[in-house]
Design a protein around this ligand. Sequence first.
Ligand code: ZN
Length: 87
Amino acid sequence: MMVNTCRVPGCHAPRNPSQLMCLTHWRQVPAELRHEVWRTYRAYKRNVTNATWLAASLARDEAIEAVCPTLDDTYTQGEFSFGDTHE
Ligand SMILES: [Zn+2]
């Protein structure tokens, strides 16, 4: 079984499979942005399209950038995932 770790680069803390990052980092994300991450993620789950995927990806990257200002640009090229890869 795959161990889920925080999506923030350099952080190897475990996270809940349904969460984007570890609780410590998640709490550092502005509330508005956390809300946006969930809103776009739910929209993506309800209706998987390029548009909802993109919106969810952007919100995810924004949240990660919010807690990791030195984020490497190449990071965002990864596949969209909150850990639940068996959709
Ligand atoms: Zn973390």
